[in-house]
Design a protein around this ligand. Structure first.
Ligand code: NAG
Ligand code: NAG
Ligand code: NAG
Ligand code: NAG
Ligand code: NAG
Ligand code: NAG
Length: 503
C-alpha cells in the first residue's frame, strides 16, 4: 500500500476501522456512479434533459436509509458523470407520498400550466396514501426549467375510483405513470403498471389533466411471454420497457423490453423470444427509465436503473441504493434475432485515464496479464479471439481470498459474473452465485467484453451490448488487483485497455 503524506490521517482512520470490522471507511461510496449524499434511493424517476442539463429524479427517503416517505430526490449534471445534489423536488405532502413517474416538456402549453412564451415542464407521479394504501395519479409542473415544482391544485388527475373498473386490487396496484405526447394522434398518452394484475393500461388526454382509459396490455396478449413473469412495475415506452418483480433469469426482479406497434391507443406486442427479452442478466438492474427531451442532434435513447435488489440489506450505512452507469439503448438484428443493445455512454471516456494498453498478444494457460495493475474504479475493454473450448477469465477487485470473476466460455458462448468470492456476500441470500448471459452467435468470433468496476459494483457488457450483467459486490478496499487468464486453450488479444476512472 502506498501512503501519501496528505492522506495519512484518512488512511490511518480506515485502517483503524478495518481492525474493528469489515466496514469500509468510505462506506463503499462509488467513485463514478451516482448515489444519494445520504439515505435511501430506489429507482430513477422523471429523467429529462432540459437545455444542457441532465435531470435525475429518483425515489428517495430523505430521512432514513430504508424504503419509506417516498418522494422525488433530485440531482443535475452537465455530462451524466458529475452530479450536483439538489433539494427534494416533489416532497411528501399531507401524508401523500410521491411515487415513480415521468417528466415531460409541454412545449405547446396544452396543460395551461405555463404560458405560450414559457411553456411548462410536467411531472406525472403516483400519489400514495400509506394510511389506506391507495395509489392515484398526480401532476406537478415547473416553469423554471425543472428547478422548482408545484403540485397541480386539481390533483389527483386520475383518482382511485376512476381507476377502479380497470384495477381489481382496490386501488393498491396502479402506478408509475409513463407519459408522452403522441404527435400523430395529437394526444397525451399515459401508461400505468398494475403490479398485482400483470398488465399495463393506456390512457389518453388532450390537456394532460383530464384522462380517459383506452386500452390494456395483458401478459396473455404477448405471444411467448411467460405468465411466471409477474409483478409489473415502472413502464417506459420507446420500445415498451418494464420491471417485473418476479421471473428474471437471476431470480427476483429484472427489466424486460418488447417491440411492437402503437397507434396512439393500443400497443400490439411482437412475439417475444425469451433469449432476447431481458435487458440485464445480473441481480442489480431494476426500474429502468429513459431520459426524455434529448435533442435530435444527440439522438441517443439513454437509460439508467437502480442497482440494489436487497432492500436495506447492503452493508452501506450512510447511503443505500445507487444508479447504474447511464447506457445507450439501441435495437439491432443480429442473425435471425432482434437484440436490444446497451453500451455505457461515451462521456465515460472523458474521465478515463489509461493504466495499460496491450495489442496483439497471445497467452497460454500458464500466463497471466494485468497482475501489476491496481484499481477499485476501472474501465476494462477486451477484444479477443479464443481457442475452441477455452475459457477466458478476468478477475477484478482481487486481493487475499477475494475476487470477482468475469468469464467467457467459448464452448457455449456464455458470459458470466461470479460473485462467490467477491467479498461480503452475507448481507442477503441473493448476494452470491454466478449470473450468466449468452452472446449473439455472430459476436463470438472476435469477442468484445467491456467491464465497469466501481467501489461496490460491476457492470459487464458483452458482444455489442446484447449480453449485460450488472451486480453489486462488496470487496475490501484493499482488493484492488486484476488478472487476465485463459484456460483450456490460448487467447489472442486484439486489444486490452484498462483505465482508472475518477471524477
Ligand atoms: C481505497 O483504495 C483506493 C485505491 O486502491 C484508494 O484510492 C482509496 O483512497 C481507498 N479508500 C479508502 C477509504 O481507504
Ligand atoms: C398557456 O397557459 C396560459 C396560462 O394558463 C393560458 O392563459 C394560455 O392560453 C395558454 N396558451 C396556450 C397556447 O395554450
Ligand atoms: C385514502 O385516503 C385518501 C387521503 O385521505 C383519500 O383521498 C382516499 O379517498 C382514500 N381512499 C380510500 C379507498 O379510502
Ligand atoms: C495488430 O495486428 C493487426 C492485424 O494483424 C495490425 O493491423 C496492427 O497494426 C497490429 N498492431 C500492433 C500495435 O502491432
Ligand atoms: C507456457 O506453455 C506453452 C505451451 O502451452 C509453452 O510453449 C511455454 O514455454 C510455456 N511458458 C512458460 C513460461 O512456462
Ligand atoms: C458454459 O460452459 C462452462 C464451461 O466452459 C460451464 O462452466 C458453464 O456452466 C456453461 N454455462 C451454461 C449456461 O451452460
Amino acid at each position: 500500500m502506498i501512503f501519501q503524506k496528505s492522506t495519512v490521517t484518512i488512511k490511518t482512520l480506515s485502517l483503524a476501522l478495518a481492525l474493528v470490522g469489515p466496514a469500509v471507511a468510505d462506506d463503499y461510496r462509488p467513485a463514478f456512479h451516482f448515489c444519494p449524499a445520504e439515505n435511501w434511493m430506489n429507482e430513477p424517476n422523471g429523467l429529462i434533459k432540459i437545455d444542457s442539463t441532465w435531470h435525475l429524479f429518483y425515489q428517495a427517503d430523505p430521512t432514513a436509509n430504508v424504503w419509506g416517505n417516498e418522494c422525488w430526490g433530485h440531482a443535475t449534471s452537465s455530462d451524466l458523470l458529475h452530479w450536483d445534489h439538489l433539494p427534494v423536488a416533489i416532497p411528501v405532502e399531507n401524508g401523500i407520498e410521491s411515487f415513480t413517474g415521468t417528466s415531460y416538456y409541454d412545449g405547446d402549453n396544452t396543460s395551461g400550466l405555463g404560458t405560450s412564451s414559457n411553456p411548462p415542464y410536467l411531472a406525472f407521479f403516483t400519489g400514495y396514501t400509506s394510511l389506506n394504501e391507495t395509489q392515484d395519479q398526480r401532476l406537478a409542473y415547473s416553469t423554471d426549467l425543472g428547478t422548482t415544482w408545484f403540485k397541480f391544485p386539481g390533483n389527483p388527475i386520475i383518482s382511485a375510483p376512476q381507476e377502479a373498473p380497470h384495477d381489481t386490487t382496490g386501488g393498491r396496484e396502479s402506478r408509475d405513470p409513463k407519459v408522452f405526447f403522441h404527435v400523430s394522434s395529437g394526444k397525451w398518452v399515459m401508461v400505468l403498471a398494475h403490479g398485482g394484475q400483470d398488465k399495463l393500461t393506456f390512457w389518453t388526454s388532450l390537456d394532460a389533466k383530464s384522462w380517459t382509459w383506452v386500452s390494456e396490455l395483458l401478459s396473455s396478449q404477448i405471444e411467448g411471454f411467460s405468465n411466471s413473469i409477474s409483478g409489473w412495475e415502472v413502464p417506459d415506452i420507446w420500445v415498451v420497457i418494464f420491471t417485473p418483480a418476479q421471473g428474471s433469469p437471476p431470480g427476483g426482479n429484472g427489466v424486460v423490453a418488447l417491440t411492437g406497434s402503437f397507434d396512439g391507443e393500443t400497443f400490439v406486442a411482437d412475439p417475444v423470444d425469451s433469449s432476447t427479452l431481458w435487458l440485464d442478466y445480473g441481480r442489480d438492474f431494476d426500474g429502468a427509465l429513459s431520459w426524455e427531451n434529448v435533442p435530435a442532434s444527440d439522438g441517443r435513447r439513454i437509460i439508467a436503473a437502480v442497482m440494489n435488489s436487497y432492500g436495506s440489506n447492503p452493508p452501506t450505512n450512510i447511503w443505500k441504493g445507487m444508479l447504474s452507469f447511464p447506457r445507450t439503448l439501441t435495437l439491432k438484428r443480429i442473425g435471425s434475432k432482434q437484440y436490444f443493445l446497451q453500451q455505457p455512454v461515451a462521456e465515460l471516456s472523458t474521465i478515463d485515464s489509461t493504466l495499460t494498453s496491450i495489442q496483439n498478444q497471445t497467452i497460454a494457460p500458464n500466463q497471466t496479464l494485468l497482475s501489476s495493475i491496481r484499481g477499485t474504479s476501472l474501465d476494462v475493454r477486451i477484444v479477443f479471439r479464443i481457442d475452441s473450448g477455452a475459457t477466458l477469465s478476468l478477475a477484478v477487485r482481487k486481493g487475499g481470498s477475494e475476487q470477482t470473476v468475469i468469464r467467457y466460455s467459448q464452448l457455449n458462448s456464455t458470459l458470466s459474473v461470479d460473485r462467490t468470492a467477491s467479498g461480503d456476500i452475507s448481507y442477503d441470500p441473493a448476494a452470491k452465485g454466478v449470473h450468466s448471459a449468452q452472446l449473439a452467435q455472430e459476436n463470438t468470433e472476435l469477442v468484445h467484453i467491456w467491464v465497469l468496476v466501481d467501489t461496490c459494483s460491476v457492470e459487464v457488457f458483452g458482444g455489442q451490448g446484447e449480453a449485460v450483467i450488472s451486480d453489486l459486490i462488496f470487496p475490501s478496499n484493499s482488493s484492488d488487483g486484476l488478472s487476465l487468464e485463459v484456460f483450456g486453450g490460448t487467447a489472442t488479444f486484439q486489444s486490452v485497455t484498462v483505465s482508472s476512472v475518477s471524477l
